[in-house]
Design a protein around this ligand. Structure first.
Ligand code: ADP
Ligand code: MG
Length: 459
């Protein structure tokens, strides 16, 4: 069974999470109807209870168990106190198909009380961080949730995998089912829609099929790009669409590309998809990524320093699921090794995943580190002050930025509101002092190691 359970789990969480948590688990057998799993320590035990119990039960249920039970036992300590399980392969950051389905149950049931159960409880508006990359899609979803069938119909959301399309769709579903508990909501992946159709045809149950899809108030169809090339499904979906549309029922569609780029999509469907509002989600900016990590950390009641979150946000730039996976990996690493969260710990935790890439250092990181080292505010370093207390740190900051980032002299100059010759002079000055001025030599060496993630708590 365990292999099947793992197969199920793997489809529903990110690769990083899978390797972090599930790879080291040992199945210990079945005791009194409960699947007993061996985990490495009490932290992992707690973590599984909190985060993965339901998923494991779902897995067993999907294999036919009526009342699945799972329990955890801490395995006797082994000689590997230091490290995580086998290193995961680098996560697939942009390959749509592989991770597209996310942690979602495949299909929802229509009965109202089932609505909320079938939607992922985590995917609500309150948990959605709004940034410049997704604010239009977010606003449109909210508008649709507030006046279904009236604001934009259909709402078509497109964007790369892992950027929040499914999250937004579910959020609309939650919003509606809270306000109008008797409304019928159906969330379905395009694959499930296709499968349902095939089954209906085979079992001669087309009437039921049509009734089900045409009697809802809100139809959420995920990953509609998979309609491409499926003529019969397109035909059926066309009629479903029309029936709902004519009755002013809300339709929300998601896709990894805009309608015009879905190959072999019938013209009449394409034009219908374009009737309402088409909105996209882009990759999140750095600040949005940090905000998402922060929210995630708070959710898990973990106090993780800002600079650690920033380090993670620099490493994972496109896919939010992988961003969350990276955070989990850092948490797991720090907890299993019993060390506090720090940049070096985070860099180490992620080094296997994101190798061989070095820790990316940004100008702002250097500025912050230098400011902390000299105990002055970062603004003072970038300001116009000419006293020694700010001039030295400013020169050190310019020197380090030049050493550690790929920025040119004019770029560094403009970051400090100065011209490139000032930067050149600063760098020469620091070079000159190195070896002579022991305080500066030490500070520069320390900052360099720290910024490269090599210095910090022993791990
Ligand atoms: P998609 O459907 O576009 O592939 P998902 O909706 O499955 O992406 O999102 C992937 C993960 O990222 C989910 O865990 C989701 O909660 C999270 N996520 C995406 N966008 C945001 C956001 N703006 N704020 C918070 N979490 C987000
Ligand atoms: Mg999705």
């Amino acid at each position: 069974i365990w292999t099947d359970v793992l197969g199920y789990v793997r489809k529903n969480i990110s690769e990083v999470e899978y390797h972090t948590w599930f790879a080291p688990v040992r199945p210990l057998g079945v005791q009194q109807g409960s699947l007993v799993l061996g985990v490495r320590n009490s932290f992992a035990q707690e973590w599984f209870r909190k985060h993965y119990l339901e998923l494991l039960e779902d897995a067993l249920r999907s294999m036919g168990a009526q009342a699945p039970q799972v329990s955890f036992q801490v395995l006797p300590a082994v000689q590997d106190a230091m490290m995580l399980p086998a290193d995961p392969p680098p996560p697939k950051l942009t390959n749509g198909r592989a991770t597209g389905r996310g942690g979602m149950p495949e299909r929802t049931v229509v009965a109202p009380f089932e609505n909320r159960k079938a939607l992922n409880p985590k995917y609500i508006f309150e948990n959605f961080v709004v940034g410049p990359n997704n604010n239009l899609a977010h606003a449109a979803s909210l508008a649709v949730a507030e006046s279904p069938g009236k604001a934009y119909n259909p709402l078509f959301i497109y964007g790369d995998v892992g950027l929040g399309k499914t999250h937004l769709m579910h959020a609309v579903g939650h919003y509606m089912s809270e306000r109008y508990p008797d409304k019928r909501i159906e969330y379905v992946s395009t694959e499930s829609f296709t499968n349902d159709l095939i089954n209906a045809i085979r079992e001669d149950k087309m009437t039921q099929f049509r009734n089900r899809y045409r009697s809802v108030d809100l139809l959420l169809v995920d990953d509609i790009q998979f309609l491409a090339g499926k003529e019969r499904t397109q035909e059926e979906f066309f009629h479903t669409f029309n029936a709902l549309y004519e009755n002013h029922k809300q339709i929300i569609l998601s896709s990894d590309r805009p309608p015009k780029d879905i190959q072999t999509l019938e013209g009449r469907l394409r034009s219908r998809f374009e009737w309402g509002l088409i909105t996209d989600i882009q990759s999140p900016e750095f600040e949005t990524r940090v905000a998402i990590l922060k929210m995630n950390a708070e959710h898990h009641r973990m106090n993780i320093p800002q600079d650690v979150l920033e380090l993670i946000a620099r490493q994972v730039t496109s896919n939010i699921r992988e961003l969350e996976g990276a955070l989990m990996r850092v948490v797991a690493f720090a907890s299993l090794n019993n060390v506090p969260f720090s940049r070096p710990v985070a860099a180490k935790a992620l080094s296997n995943v994101f190798a061989p890439q070095e820790v990316k250092v940004e100008m702002a990181d250097v500025l912050r580190a230098v400011a902390a080292q000299y105990n002055i505010p970062p603004e003072a370093i970038r300001g116009s002050g000419r006293v020694r207390e700010v001039v030295t740190p400013r020169q050190v900051a310019m020197f380090l930025i030049r050493e550690l980032t790929g920025h040119s002299l004019p770029e560094i100059g403009s970051f400090f509101g100065r011209d490139h010759s000032t930067v050149m002079h600063a760098i020469a000055k620091v070079n000159d002092q190195l070896g002579k001025d022991s305080e500066m030599t030490e500070a520069v060496a320390f900052l360099k190691r720290r910024l490269q993630g090599l210095e910090g708590e022993e791990i």
